[in-house]
Design a binder for this molecule. Structure first.
Ligand code: FAD
Length: 370
């Protein structure tokens, strides 16, 4: 049986840990309490003597292949992009949601619909704590769900407050609050690696993953470190001042929306210097294991590209289109969906190919080190 020691050797030491928090979540949920997250979100032993060597932390890590087939079968995954039951371009019909949203506010709109229909008690989202700082959060009210929307940009703090640990990423440790508050039915929003961890936990029926009734995945070309050094370099590359920035967003490119209405686009290749190391090895762009995946790619500004992947996802999307979402006009939807699918296919293939060659290079490097 592989244990946390093996996770350290196989995943952490080579830099492959996504810091999704799954291993710690399970270990603390069942009260073993052998693991914890350090200040940077990296799992470590809290009390090694409490480890019963059950091997579950190893099995649910998205970097190991032990549960890949089972996890994929459970959502009827199909190559090359996962299952696609419907692809559309939509936005929230609620002006308050649109005002906060990253793109078309579809993720928030869908969660609110489930909440208002009393199908969920809340959602695990991330809430903004500052300009580039987020933390996972169990949102249990409409207001909390709405205020978690978007890629938050707070100009009230100075750069000196930021360090390399401030990422665009948040872990799933908000699961801890799920246990304490005893909530039973939740939606979960996450990047592809986070969704994969939840699906693996569900494949083994591990607490507290049975509380997750709906998985909303975000398209993801990578997570980025917005430390002081990186912010300076980015403003040099884009030729802008952070004080002039209203919002930032990631689609085919990084888009910097300025207060004066101008947009600056920086191609993703130029962001390699701030990409989190583990993301070089990730193979999932379009959150292929989610019920519904969302991104801005292929959609006009202010709209979200939406993929329903499971029958659960499809039925929420259908109900929401009748009530809380606005879809592109029919002709526009057909051509925009085609364009979006083309872009997603290209970006997914690019991510998978890069991950494959980076993994080969890492393995070759490890061989020469031996
Ligand atoms: C790190 C990252 C990289 C991304 N890369 C791309 C990309 O390359 N191409 C692309 O098309 N789209 C990308 N997206 C998705 C895109 O930014 C939007 O989240 C998506 O289009 C949904 O927009 P929306 O307006 O419908 O969502 P909103 O209604 O704004 O809701 C967004 C939801 O996501 C949650 N959230 C925000 N940040 C995080 C996070 N770090 N971890 C977990 N949950 C979070 C919020 O709490 C909220 O519930 C990325 C998102 C993230 C977080």
């Amino acid at each position: 049986m592989k244990t946390f020691e093996d996770l350290i050797e196989e995943v952490q030491k080579p830099g492959l840990c996504h810091r999704c928090g799954g291993c710690v979540t399970f270990c603390s949920a069942v009260n073993y309490g052998a693991l914890e997250l350090d200040d940077n979100g990296k799992p470590r032993y809290k009390d090694a003597s409490r480890c019963i060597e059950c091997g579950i932390c190893h099995a649910i890590c998205p970097e190991n292949d032990e549960l890949t087939d089972e996890t994929r079968q459970n959502v009827d995954w199909k190559p090359p992009l996962g299952r696609i039951l419907e692809l559309t371009i939509a936005r929230s019909a609620d002006p308050q949601v649109l005002q906060h949203a990253t793109d078309g506010g579809v993720v928030t709109g869908l969660i609110l619909k489930l909440f208002d229909d009393r199908l969920i008690d809340g959602a695990i989202v991330t809430r903004p704590l500052g300009r580039f700082r987020r933390e996972p959060h169990l949102a249990l009210s409409r207001d909390e769900i709405i205020s978690a929307a978007g890629f938050f940009f707070d100009t009230s703090h100075g750069m000196k407050n930021y360090s390399d640990k401030y990422l665009t990423y948040a872990t799933i440790e908000a699961f801890g609050a799920v246990i304490k508050k005893g909530v039973k039915r939740l939606a979960f929003v996450g990047t592809p690696c986070q969704i994969e961890t939840v699906r693996r936990m569900q494949a083994l029926s591990l607490i507290p993953s049975e509380t997750i009734k709906y998985c909303f995945g975000l398209f993801c070309s990578g997570n980025f470190v917005f430390g002081e050094k990186q912010q300076k370099q980015l403003s040099r590359i884009g030729g802008f001042e952070w004080a002039d920035v209203k919002k930032i967003n990631i689609k085919e490119d990084l888009i910097i929306h300025l207060n004066d209405g101008r947009n600056i686009r920086i191609i993703l290749d130029e962001l390699e210097f701030m990409k989190r190391f583990a993301c070089y090895f990730c193979r999932d762009y379009a959150a292929e294991l989610a019920d519904i995946s969302c991104g801005g790619v292929g959609a006009e500004n202010g709209w979200t590209t939406v993929i329903a992947r499971t029958s659960t996802g499809k039925s929420i999307l259908t109900e929401s289109k009748k009530a809380v979402l606005e879809e592109c006009s029919y002709e526009n939807t057909i051509s925009a969906s085609k364009k979006a699918l083309g872009a997603i296919t290209k970006l997914s293939a690019r991510k998978k190919n890069a991950a494959l060659s980076n993994r080969k290079a890492l393995a070759a490097h490890a061989q020469t080190e031996k």
